[in-house]
Each structure stands twice: as C-alpha cells, then as structure tokens.
Write a protein that binds this ligand. Sequence first.
Ligand SMILES: Cc1cc2nc3c(=O)[nH]c(=O)nc-3n(C[C@H](O)[C@H](O)[C@H](O)COP(=O)(O)OP(=O)(O)OC[C@H]3O[C@@H](n4cnc5c(N)ncnc54)[C@H](O)[C@@H]3O)c2cc1C
Length: 289
Amino acid sequence: MKKFDYLKPTSLDEVFSLMEKFGSNAKLIAGGTDVMVLLKRKRIFPDVLISLRSVPNMAYIKDEKDKIRIGSMTTHRELETSTVIKEKLTALYDAVINLGSVQIRNVATIGGNIANAAPSADTACPLLVLDASCLLISSKGEREVELKDFFIAPGETVMKQDEILKEFIIPKPSKLSGSAYWKLSRRKAMDLPILGVAISLAMNEDKSIKKARIGLGVAAPTPIRAFKAEEFLTGKFLTDEVLAEAGNIASKEASPRDSIRGEAWYRREMIRVLTKRVATISFKRANIV
Ligand SMILES: Cc1cc2nc3c(=O)[nH]c(=O)nc-3n(C[C@H](O)[C@H](O)[C@H](O)COP(=O)(O)OP(=O)(O)OC[C@H]3O[C@@H](n4cnc5c(N)ncnc54)[C@H](O)[C@@H]3O)c2cc1C
C-alpha cells in the first residue's frame, strides 16, 4: 500500500480546513470498510485520510415529530438495534440486519454506504423508498438533496469536493403504510446482493394504494426508483394481475448488466418476482384491516 497520513480532526471546522488544505489528495474515512479495500486493491492513492470518527455529533437517530434524522456516522449495528428503525423504518431495518457481518456492522456507517455510491449498497433502496434526503455541509453552508437525485454513476455522487454528508432526513411514514427490502444473494451473510428490491406503500382506507415507491439495487449503474411502476400502482388495488404488471414495468425500467454475481436476464426476471413478494410484505406491514 502507498504510505498515507491518518488525520483525526475533532471538529467539523477542522475537517473542512483539512479538506481545503489537501483537496483531491485527501480521502474522507468513516468506518473504513470500503476505503481500506480500495486502498489495498490500489484503486485509490490518497496522501491523507481524514477520519470522521472523532468528530462529535455525527452519529444519532433522532425521532422528531414529522421526521427521523440519522447522522451519517451512525453504524449499521446502531441502526439494527434501534427500536425506531425496527418499528418505523422497516425497509431500512431489513437491509441492515443482513449487511456484512456483525463485525462489519459494528464499524461500517450508513453515510459511508451511501457516499460510496455502489449500485449494490444495501441501504440505498430502503432510503430511496422512504423518500430520504441527504444533508450536505461545507464551510460555506448546507444544502438538502433528495436521495433520488444524489447518485450520478457508480462511485459518483452530486457531492462537491468540499462537502460532507451530515445526515439523512426521512419523513415519518404515515399511519397506513408499510415498507420492506429483499436482498437477493447466494448467502445470508457477508455477501453483496445480486439484486435488491425495496418497496414502500401508503394505503387508503379502502385498501387502494395512495403512494407507492419502488427502489432497485444492482439493476442499473446506480440505485434507482422505478417511477413508471410506482405511477402504475397508484390508485390500484393489490391484485395478482396488478402486482404482475407492476413487476413487468419495473423490470423494463431497469438496465441490469451481466456480472460475476448474476446475469442481466436473471436480474430482470427476479425484479418481477421480488416486486410481487416485497409489495405483499409492505402491504401486510401497513396493518390495514
Ligand atoms: C467483508 C465486507 C462485507 C460487506 N458487506 C456489505 C453488504 O452486505 N452490503 C453493503 O451494502 N455493503 C457491504 N460492504 C461494504 C461496506 O461495509 C459498506 O458500504 C459500509 O456501509 C461503508 O461504510 P464505512 O463507514 O465503512 O465507509 P468508508 O469505507 O469509511 O467510506 C466509504 C466512502 O464514503 C466516503 N464517506 C464516508 N463517510 C462520508 C461522509 N460522512 N461524507 C462524505 N463522504 C463520506 C468515503 O470517503 C469513501 O469514499 C461490505 C464490506 C466488507 C469489507
């Protein structure tokens, strides 16, 4: 590995001044579970790693009146053991309980998972269907970007070089709503998804769909929303025919590729299967009687 300095700033101001000083020669590091792999594989060559681990107030889950805020340095283990996540953001809970291993989840952060911008990032689809926004901050101020507009390409986001990801802002799901995430992988633990499908449904009293969100991972160069399938579902009742058609539409919206984990045709087929399965779980979780 190339030699690098490891800096541990203790405030955001210090982080920003180090980022300004070292510019593109610096790399931010949170839990390091992606960064260290990239360093070892000689895919990145920073002179300096700027750790966010000693910066206070970056790891939290705040259950507010209308929103839930999750600090970017919150680890997957903290999410997994939070009752707020388990009870209110069920799709995210589904994702974190099967992410890596306990050892990985103890150090890896939700901010790192999203900022790394891998199409396979397990928390991306749940956050997409939960209408999450990212709060980006720099020495000049802050801005909020909806997650659906955050990813540009594999490993690329709208974040500027002087910005860091501070927190995720998630509107509290309404009463008659439910969400779920299904990670299709060969093994339950320590495996990246072949495909990830998250769905959230907000229902009307008459059991028709008020609002649908479908998030697909490893189905395109970035995690995506299946907007046409969502639109198709809106106002409909969840019959087998409706679910089958929603799956067909979502599958057509995807642009998967062949990879060592799975071929494109298989991913397309499984989008159909999982759309039906995950929508059914989300509907059950909406607790509509
Ligand atoms: C054995 C193993 C198993 C894994 N299994 C899974 C899995 O099942 N599912 C999955 O999705 N991932 C998996 N991963 C990948 C990884 O653990 C996750 O993506 C993790 O959430 C990354 O978080 P981190 O804190 O370690 O990020 P880091 O490695 O510290 O950072 C990742 C990227 O994000 C940037 N970054 C981090 N925090 C911020 C911030 N606040 N603002 C701006 N940029 C930031 C860094 O500069 C870097 O580019 C696995 C990794 C390993 C090694």
